[in-house]
Design a protein. Structure first.
Length: 217
């Protein structure tokens, strides 16, 4: 059976080769799409949902984690700079403790939150900003997840995504980010450029490393 890309549905995908002429790294296969430059792990290597959610509960993602909070405060500062007129916010994929929502509220912005495992009631309204931090790399079906997010954006609304970008120059095999078994898809700058074109966004900010802000056109 032909393996298709989970973002663009293209068939021009190939397994990455690692040292020792093997296709596997950490007992998983990584496929790269030549069309949109998404790197993804086929579904046969995904964790069961119960095991995946159990791993999320092990993360120290709380208000007591100063490094975690500092990361969010940095992103909030960028949102103020590049996303004018924000009155409503959704934290998409907040995890078991919605830290970002609490920080946004302290900052003066109302913030709802959603997570398929921990807060599974899907939002019934739309927002000026949907922010998703360390979530996109967990998507099992990237295209369908983006399609779920689109109706949550008001006209001209912003989508802010934090996920570590793969670098076409650096060594993918030695990248720590691929060692987490819940990380199953990896985006590059070119991947987000493809997303912007396909889903009618414009890129208003990117550090080309781990954070990008797109605005609906």
């Amino acid at each position: 059976m032909t393996q298709k890309c989970s973002l663009c549905n293209g068939e021009s995908v190939f397994p990455l080769k690692f040292s020792g002429s093997t296709n596997k790294r950490n007992n998983r296969i990584f496929m790269r799409c030549q069309n949109c430059d998404l790197i993804f792990v086929p579904g046969s290597f995904h964790l069961a949902p119960q095991e995946e959610s159990a791993r999320y509960r092990l993360h120290d993602n709380t208000l007591l984690n100063r490094g975690y909070v500092g990361m969010f405060l940095e992103k909030i500062s960028l949102i103020h700079q590049y996303c004018p007129g924000i009155n409503s916010v959704l934290d998409y994929g907040c995890g078991p403790e919605p830290v970002l929502a609490e920080l946004m509220r302290k900052d003066g912005s109302g913030c709802d939150f959603y997570d398929p495992y921990f807060f599974p009631e899907f939002p019934g309204c739309s927002y000026d900003l949907v922010i998703s931090t360390e979530v996109f790399e967990h998507f099992r079906d990237v295209r369908s997840e983006i399609a779920k997010i689109l109706p949550l954006l008001n006209p001209g609304g912003f989508l802010a995504v934090m996920t570590s970008f793969h670098d076409p120059i650096k060594d993918f095999e030695g990248w720590w980010y691929i060692t987490d078994p819940t990380h199953i898809c990896f985006f590059g700058q070119r991947t987000f450029e493809w997303i912007a074109e396909e889903f009618r966004f414009k890129i208003v900010y990117t550090n080309k490393k781990n954070f990008i802000i797109l605005q609906a056109r």
